[in-house]
Design a protein around this ligand. Structure first.
Ligand code: GLV
Ligand code: GLV
Length: 329
């Protein structure tokens, strides 16, 4: 069996595949940059012409895996294992038509993303990056009763948008650790969750937003969630509220976010994802009341290793004729 990996991933995953006797090709050139579509298509086609066609493709979340890429891998390509929990980068309809399985890496990154979400929440509320900049700039001349005042997180109200694994884990930290009140919006109600966390369900996001001190987004990117946060939604939030986004960039209209932050419609934001990654909207860069991290919410050594293992396991199961554990239907 032959596997193509579009960018270097932690060795532990590659080793699992090699231990199975599979031939693994890693696109080493794309270590610190994105792999281009042309590069992927060319690699798949070339392998076909040399009769070394690939059976599996391990892809990265920034790569748009479309019909053209899939066709370049046919007839041998059986599985696309995405190195991410999100899979909005893969054309699932095209994959289904071609009978190619698609898998993701859920579960193993839940704690890490929830930690990052919570770090962002604490950091924006306590103005950590601003304070660090201030200190390094030599501006700390005197302790001040009103120097760099932040906002408490404890006992405040958090609105969770999207109650999947990650949203639920964020609720765990906020309720059990910080005694926050949790409201949530999702397409489905979860009464067990409500009981355990004393949480309140809002079927309608607009009705929830006016009560939140913090809003954290955990929905997948779909047509229905594109620009879910736009100027109208920011207007419904408290002027003292903070927005946290560790899901997907296009769920937030960045132009509206920049405007809302500068006009004071909301107090601050902390985001790990952007509308046009890796580009960052220059209007956001000018603001002090936003924290920007470069899509690293799952980036710990432990978790990236586990994601590599899980992606490899999905490939192995598929190529051994089983249904892989994380197949996306
Ligand atoms: C990261 O964004 C992921 O979807 O795993
Ligand atoms: C992702 O794993 C989620 O369900 O939130």
């Amino acid at each position: 069996m032959k596997i193509f990996i579009t960018r270097p991933i932690p060795q532990i995953g590659i080793k699992l595949l090699k231990d199975k006797g599979y031939e693994v090709t890693v696109n080493e050139g794309a270590k610190d940059r994105e792999a281009t579509k042309e590069e992927i298509v060319t690699a798949l086609r070339q392998a076909q012409s040399e009769s070394k066609a690939f059976d599996a493709l391990l892809s990265i979340l920034t790569e748009k895996i479309d019909a053209e890429i899939m066709d370049a891998g046919l007839p041998t390509l059986k599985i696309i294992a995405n190195y991410a929990v999100g899979f909005d980068n893969i054309d699932l309809v095209a994959a289904k038509e071609r009978k190619i399985m698609v898998t993701n890496t859920p579960g193993v990154l839940t704690d890490t993303v929830a930690e990052h979400t919570f770090s962002l929440m604490l950091s924006i509320a306590h103005r950590i990056p601003e304070a660090d900049k201030f200190t390094r700039a030599g501006l700390y001349k005197a302790w001040g009763p009103e120097l760099l005042l932040g906002t408490d997180v404890s006992k405040k109200t958090l609105g969770i948008v999207g109650l999947g694994r990650i949203g639920t884990r964020v609720a765990y930290h906020t309720v059990k650790g910080f005694q926050m009140k949790v409201l949530y919006n999702d397409t489905k109600r979860n009464e067990e969750f409500e009981k355990e966390y004393n949480a309140v369900y809002y079927q309608n996001l607009d009705n929830m937003l006016p009560y939140c001190d913090f809003v954290s987004i955990h929905v997948p990117l779909l047509d229905s969630t594109h620009h879910l946060f736009n100027e109208d939604r920011f207007k419904k939030m408290k002027p003292t509220a903070y927005l946290i986004n560790t899901s997907r960039g296009p769920i937030v209209d960045e132009t509206a976010l920049a405007l809302s932050l500068s006009k004071g419609l909301i107090k601050g934001a902390a985001i790990d994802v952007f509308e046009n990654e890796p580009n960052v909207n220059p209007d956001l860069l000018k603001l002090d009341n936003i924290i920007l991290t470069p899509h690293i919410a799952s980036a710990t050594e432990e978790t990236r290793n586990k994601m590599a293992e899980l992606a490899a396991q999905n490939i192995i199961e598929a190529l051994e004729g089983h249904i892989p554990p994380n197949i996306i239907e």
